[in-house]
Structures are given as C-alpha cells and as structure tokens.
Design a protein around this ligand. Structure first.
Ligand SMILES: Nc1ncnc2c1ncn2[C@@H]1O[C@H](COP(=O)(O)OP(=O)(O)OP(=O)(O)O)[C@@H](O)[C@H]1O
Length: 235
C-alpha cells in the first residue's frame, strides 16, 4: 500500500450541464482523506455527497480544482489511466449490493480477482478467505437470493476488498438494512479502516452509522460546512 495521502482535493468544483441549465454540485471543496480511518460524508439530499464520492473514485472528473490520488494529479490522466487507478486503488460498495444474481457468493468475490488477473486456481481460495473474514464461510456456495441483506452487503464488501484496495468508497451501504444489521456493516467497514489501514469513505443518511466514523464531514449546497474528528470511535 502506498504511504502517500490517498486523496487530496484542492478547491474542487463540479458543474453538471452547461449554459443556463448548468448546476454547480460541488463548490470549492478542499480536503485530504487519510488512510486507516473511516470518514463519514453527511449532508442533506442533493448536497453533493455522491458527486464528491464519484470524484474521489475517479468516476467523475472535477470541472475545476485539483484532485490527487496517492500524490498523482488526475488532471491530464486519460480515461484509461483513470480506470487503471480505480482498479489499483479503489473498492466500491453500493446501497443495493450490486451482486450478480446468477453467481454464488464466492464467485461474486472471485470476479473482482479475475479482473485483477489473479490466477484462476487462487481465486477461490482468496474469495473464501475474504468471505471467512466477513463471517460468511458457510454461505460461500449460496446465491444472493439466498442471503439476507446484511449477508449480501458483506459479500459486496468482500468483493470490494478482493483487489486489496487502498480505499473503500461506500455510498449509503446501510440504507437498505435494518438497524442492527446496518450497525454490523458499519462496524465491518470501521474494522477494515483500522485493521487493514484502508481509507474508508462512507456516504450516509443513517444516524446509526455516525458512531463508527473517525471523522465526519458535512456537505451543504456543494460546500464543506463542517469537518470534525472524533477523539475515539465508540466501537
Ligand atoms: N448527472 C447529473 N446531471 C445534472 N445534475 C445532477 C447530476 N447528478 C447529480 N445532479 C445534481 O447535483 C446535486 C448533487 O447530487 P448528488 O447526487 O451528489 O447529491 P447527494 O447529496 O448524494 O444526494 P442524495 O443524498 O439525495 O443521494 C443534486 O442537486 C442533483 O440533482
């Protein structure tokens, strides 16, 4: 894992559209995301949380300002270069899991290893190891439809971890889960930050996730209005 800062943004703006319908979704965001901690991104609907996560994950280019991933400026990096950076550094977790329904749990994890060109023979072992870590060893041969929401989200987290990413970006990972299950998933993400040194960034509306954040960023109208660090996580 690189020792450089995972993500640095300097005066980043994102404008959707152009002309009279142009909309500024992000306005002058400057921040640094650190490894080994879980950063929460909170804010009202439409405040720009997903847009900011997409910029961090190299899915969306900033309209202005500088973005650096592990010390490397993204300006001037072509689409292929951005895709390579994503593959090397970023794992994504989504609200609705985005698992392949026709693949078993371990195959859903292994597919991320396949993209990373891990030899076939090792894919199953690595996928099983990750599922074991998520407490899902006995569910490895099940299809997503046979898993609970929390189990599906843990498979999705195992898949996100499969490429040994330096950061995990999660968009509303607990929104579809009941309270206790959501807290369990938030705890898992917190653990990945602290035990594996991964930079975890979680967009959430879910107040139950808040205690798991080491740092809480508040966005409003595309601007960062608050940036607080917790002394100690409650987990
Ligand atoms: N592709 C797009 N084209 C035009 N406007 C967009 C586009 N994507 C997002 N927006 C607008 O940009 C603003 C920020 O959207 P974004 O999805 O980042 O907010 P959010 O804080 O994640 O919202 P939510 O909590 O509802 O998911 C919103 O007003 C949204 O309507």
């Amino acid at each position: 894992m690189s020792s450089a800062v995972p993500i640095r943004l300097d005066d980043v703006g994102v404008t959707y559209g152009s002309g009279p319908t142009a909309f500024q979704a992000l306005r002058g965001i400057s921040l640094t995301i650190r490894a080994g901690e879980m950063t929460l991104l909170l804010g009202p609907s439409g405040s720009g949380k997903t847009t900011l996560l997409q910029v961090m994950g190299c899915l969306l280019r900033a309209s202005r300002g500088q973005v650096e991933l592990f010390g490397r400026p993204l300006a001037g990096t072509d689409a292929e270069g951005l895709a390579a950076l994503r593959l090397a550094h970023v794992g994504f977790v989504f609200q609705h899991y985005n698992l392949f329904p026709t693949l078993k749990a371990w195959e859903n994890v292994a597919i991320a290893l396949d993209i990373k060109a891990v030899p076939l023979a090792e894919q199953r072992d690595q996928a099983m190891g990750l599922l074991d870590r998520m407490g899902l060893a006995d569910r490895a041969g099940h299809y997503p439809s046979e898993l609970s929401g929390g189990q599906k989200q843990r498979v999705a987290i195992a898949r996100a971890m499969a490429g040994k990413p330096s950061m995990i970006l999660a968009d509303e990972p607990t929104a579809a889960l009941d309270g206790k299950t959501g807290q369990g998933v938030a705890g898992t993400l917190h653990d990945l930050a602290h035990r594996d040194g991964v930079a975890v960034v979680v967009v959430s509306h879910d107040p139950r996730v808040e205690p798991f954040g080491d740092r809480v960023l508040h966005l409003e109208d595309g601007q960062l209005i608050d940036d607080r660090r917790r002394e100690r996580s409650s987990t």
